[in-house]
Design a protein around this ligand. Sequence first.
Ligand SMILES: Cc1cc2nc3c(=O)[nH]c(=O)nc-3n(C[C@H](O)[C@H](O)[C@H](O)COP(=O)(O)OP(=O)(O)OC[C@H]3O[C@@H](n4cnc5c(N)ncnc54)[C@H](O)[C@@H]3O)c2cc1C
Length: 299
Amino acid sequence: MQVLAEKLGNFIPQDKIRFREPMAAHTSFRIGGPVTYMVEPQNTLQLKQVLSLLKQHDIPFFILGNGSNLLVNDRGFDGVAVKIGPEMSKVSVEGNRITAGAGVLMSRVAKAALEHGLTGLEFASGIPGTLGGGIVMNAGAYGGELKQVVTRVTVLTPESEVLELDKAAMEFGYRHSIVKAKGYIVTEVVMELQEGDREQIKAYMDDLAARRREKQPLEYPSAGSTFKRPEGYFAGELIMKAGLRGYQIGGARVSDKHCGFVVNMGGATAEDVHRLIEYVQDKVYEVYGVRLEPEVIFL
Ligand SMILES: Cc1cc2nc3c(=O)[nH]c(=O)nc-3n(C[C@H](O)[C@H](O)[C@H](O)COP(=O)(O)OP(=O)(O)OC[C@H]3O[C@@H](n4cnc5c(N)ncnc54)[C@H](O)[C@@H]3O)c2cc1C
């Protein structure tokens, strides 16, 4: 690992390589032990160099976006978190087309769309992840999803090949794309929007933000909806009707405000959250025969 750090230092600025970085500081759950190193490449070339070094030394790694859909183990991760964040977040707008780096926050892309009077990304303005993280899950809300606006995605394959994929090749589905199955890393995304009225776009974004504040427990750390929506049901409703509102294990609690959210009441461990998720799954299955599938990704 020491050798690795020195080699990384040959092409990544020192302040972008952090030793024993606690993941609790990089996840919206505020949970997670340290990774041995966290590195932030500034462009695709650096990303390629990092990956090739990690492979050469057989060092495990994972890609970190904004950590808003991740539950990281309390013991941390004996390997490297490769963060695709602010360093890879350039946004450019040409006509109706927005091209953005995978590390940009979706809220920022939505804001750029608003500033250019483009409609279609309002739904994404309140989703607290990066665009790359959003592509992985085909992030969506209030009837919108990235699939509706994405036309091309640039990825790095596990063999460090750059691929440009059109929408069909992305195999977008509900909280799904081809990215995870293939081990791709998203580096850039192109979206096509429609011309719209700035005031209306802004008003719709404000409306969605108000709905989130009213319905979601934004005052506590969480990873958003803990479970995917089961076919024909709403996870939160099933959990509530199974009598689990406010059910708590350690510091992890089924939100009183929105039962579809597991929240960190303070000091929750990944173990608490994990046990609570399993408890909720078992209880809902027992009562309704529906197996809830976590939307949150475990590391
Ligand atoms: C309060 C709150 C509200 C939320 N509301 C919504 C919502 O309305 N709709 C919704 O869909 N989600 C919602 N989420 C969940 C989350 O914001 C999204 O899933 C988001 O897309 C995750 O992006 P991220 O950058 O935080 O990814 P991370 O959590 O950092 O990573 C998630 C997964 O994606 C992988 N990944 C990240 N970046 C890349 C990349 N560039 N290339 C390849 N893999 C990558 C990671 O390895 C990991 O497996 C919410 C979360 C919170 C906390």
